[in-house]
Write a protein that binds this ligand. Structure first.
Ligand SMILES: *Cc1c(COP(=O)(O)O)cnc(C)c1O
Length: 417
């Protein structure tokens, strides 16, 4: 790993460190905190207490949130089941459907670039006798609809394809998938954590049967999420995975996290009001960052289709730069790398590998997750800093020098070491 000196002036108004990792989590919106506060203090009742005003007040807060969430995704309030987050929502959707529809079939279809909350759940279901097809993705990160059609058989009960990918920001053709699933009588679940509140989502128009969402990715609190479960055409049932008390129409027992739920509801309400304008602003910032990087650096490329893309996402590979050194060089900007720290080793991201990237290029990739609180000045500083660090690292890179000298690296026979 190389450590380099980089002194890029910090513009007025920019505070370090800069947070640009909004796919990992997002800052709580102050308006959300304000809505939550009373439910920590005076309105502390248990939403299941039916005998007094403390309970009614808490229940009122929960029901308002249910309406706010339903409204954002085109559902009805009764179709919203509260959970501890999208990891639980994904578990409940997949395991709940698998258990409930086992008589009908044992085949599930998903894709290789799903979040671990879906992939690991599928692995467990495989151990229990379910058959899972993991669809590949094309170089642009999108699934091939023909692959999906071919994978479906008379034992297929569920398709689970995420709306927006958390690493590369690619939006899958959800409406097309939903239509196909409904034609074939197969249930359709989507992990929409990164899509809800960022792009228009409508479970009716897009034929979605189950949808997972999470509070902390949309400027709401951590530890709260929801699962949409369709009640009509078709009426979907999921077997509870947590028993006791029969809360949430028997699908998810446990005393409700009332302040969290109120916060999630408020976050959805804000998203609904501001999404159109915010998406424009985020796309503007993202395109500005991309343009600046591309104007100053060669051998860089964007990962994932830019045509089907989340507004605030930019995932870029900086070839001939060592990923760890690059991240070190820009350490006061919080971003994610194309490496996943699984156990003690640094593994290249399985999502980037699924696009066909080699390990080196995956490691030298950065995910910029631009969000509500990022400013143009922060973008400009980030661009300047990345450009400076990449240029300096490349000065130290023999590979880059050889490429610049016109040597075809693929023709070189490397000595064994
Ligand atoms: C963050 C995330 C999850 C997990 O959500 P939690 O609420 O943190 O459990 C699931 N899927 C995607 C795509 C995510 O980005």
């Amino acid at each position: 790993m190389s450590k380099i000196e980089s002194n890029v002036a910090v513009p007025a108004g920019v505070q370090l460190p800069i947070y640009m990792d909004n796919h990992a989590t997002s800052q709580l919106d102050p308006r959300v905190l304000e809505a939550m506060m009373p439910y920590f203090t005076t309105k502390f009742g248990n939403a299941a207490s039916r005998n007094h005003s403390f309970g009614w007040e808490a229940e009122q807060g929960v029901e308002t949130a249910r309406e706010q969430i339903a409204s954002l995704i085109g559902a009805t309030a009764k179709e919203i089941i509260f959970t501890s987050g999208a990891t639980e929502s994904n578990n409940l959707a997949l395991k709940g459907v698998a258990e409930m529809y086992r008589e009908r079939g044992n085949h599930i279809i998903t894709q290789v670039t799903e979040h671990k909350a879906v992939l690991d759940t599928c692995k467990r279901l495989e151990k229990q006798g379910f058959r899972v097809t993991y669809l590949p993705v094309k170089a642009d990160g999108l699934i091939d609809m023909e692959d999906l059609k071919r994978a479906m058989d008379d034992k297929t009960i569920l398709v689970s394809i995420m709306w927006a990918n958390n690493e590369i920001g690619v939006l899958q053709p959800i409406a097309e998938i939903g239509k196909l699933c409904h034609e074939r009588g197969v249930l359709f679940h989507t992990d929409a954590v990164q899509a809800v509140g960022k792009v228009p989502v409508n479970v009716i128009a897009d034929n979605v049967d189950l949808l997972s969402l999470s509070g902390h990715k949309i400027y709401g609190p951590k530890g709260v999420g929801a699962l949409y479960v369709r009640r009509r055409n078709p009426r979907v049932q999921v077997a509870a995975q947590i028993d006791g008390g029969g809360h949430e129409r028997g699908m998810r027992s446990g005393t409700l996290n009332v302040p969290g739920i109120v916060g999630l509801g408020k976050a959805c309400e804000i998203a609904q009001q501001e999404m159109a304008a915010e998406a424009k602003q985020l796309a503007h910032l993202r395109d500005r960052l991309k343009a600046k990087l591309e104007s100053e650096l060669d051998y860089i490329h964007v990962n994932g289709s830019m045509e089907h893309h989340l507004p605030g996402n930019l995932n870029m590979s900086f070839v001939y730069v060592e990923g760890e050194s690059l991240l070190m060089g820009i350490h006061e900007i919080a971003v994610s790398s194309g490496s996943a720290c699984t156990s003690a080793t640094l593994e290249p991201s399985y999502v980037l590998k699924a696009l066909g990237l080699g390990d080196d290029v995956a490691h030298s990739s950065i995910r910029f997750g631009i969000g509500r609180y990022n400013t143009e000045a922060e973008i400009d500083y980030t661009a300047a800093k990345v450009i400076d660090v990449v240029k300096k690292l490349r000065e130290l890179s023999p590979l880059y020098e050889m490429v610049k000298d016109g040597i075809d690296l693929s023709k070189i026979e490397w000595a064994a070491h």
